[in-house]
Each structure stands twice: as structure tokens, then as C-alpha cells.
Design a protein around this ligand. Structure first.
Ligand SMILES: [Cu+2]
Length: 119
């Protein structure tokens, strides 16, 4: 009887381990407008990302991701930097940054954006 209990416990433990682990992180991402927000959230519309919610006011991106797809947190940050947005860990390359829309140049102090811009 004791042995069966151990087997059952072992099974429960192993199924827990093999279950996909999710991580919830929040980090800073540079952005200025709704277009940026859209661009960032779209960049996180990939396999392994469960939730990606950007708050334009606090500049915080909340991401729930599966560690199986993203064993390294830097790869989660890279999704934003790849589309031109700096995170608190990875800077976007100047090349990609140059390509984003003029009113999305969040590194500059002055923005051309009036809120009614073309896409
Ligand atoms: Cu923008």
C-alpha cells in the first residue's frame, strides 16, 4: 500500500514538472504613442507569449511567457528591441530605430506627433 502511494506521488510530481511553466514579468519599454503600443504588442503576438500588455503611461510592458519557448529572459526583451523599442535590458539598434515612424521617435525630446498621424 505504501509503495502505491509513493508511485502516485511520483506521478503527480513528474506531471507537474513536465507541465509548461509560465513566467510573469514586467519591464520598461520606450514608446510615445498608440502606434508604438500597437507595434510592441504585435511583436509579442508569437508562440510562447501568453499575454503582452503595454501601458503607455507607465511605459511598462507586462508579459506572461512560457519558459519552454523563452528559456532566456533576454529573448523576451529582444522581441521589443527587434521592432525598434528599447527595453531596460536591451537597446534597439540604431538601424531599426531609424525605420520606425517619425512620431514614434521616443528617444527624442520633441515629437512631431499631434495624435492625428498617418499610419
Ligand atoms: Cu509611436
Amino acid at each position: 500500500m505504501k509503495n502505491i502511494t509513493i508511485v502516485v506521488l511520483a506521478l503527480m510530481l513528474s506531471s507537474n514538472v513536465s507541465a509548461q511553466k509560465k513566467m510573469n514579468v514586467t519591464f520598461e519599454v520606450g514608446a510615445v504613442c498608440g502606434m508604438c503600443e500597437e507595434r510592441i504588442e504585435k511583436a509579442y503576438d508569437v508562440k510562447g507569449i501568453v499575454i503582452a500588455d503595454y501601458d503607455l503611461e507607465t511605459h511598462q510592458l507586462n508579459v506572461v511567457y512560457k519558459t519552454k519557448h523563452f528559456p532566456n529572459i533576454l529573448d523576451v526583451h529582444r522581441l521589443a528591441s527587434n521592432v525598434g523599442h528599447d527595453t531596460d535590458l536591451i537597446k534597439a539598434s540604431d538601424e531599426v530605430y531609424a525605420k520606425i515612424h517619425g512620431c514614434c521617435k521616443y528617444r527624442e525630446e520633441v515629437h512631431q506627433c499631434t495624435g492625428d498621424h498617418e499610419h
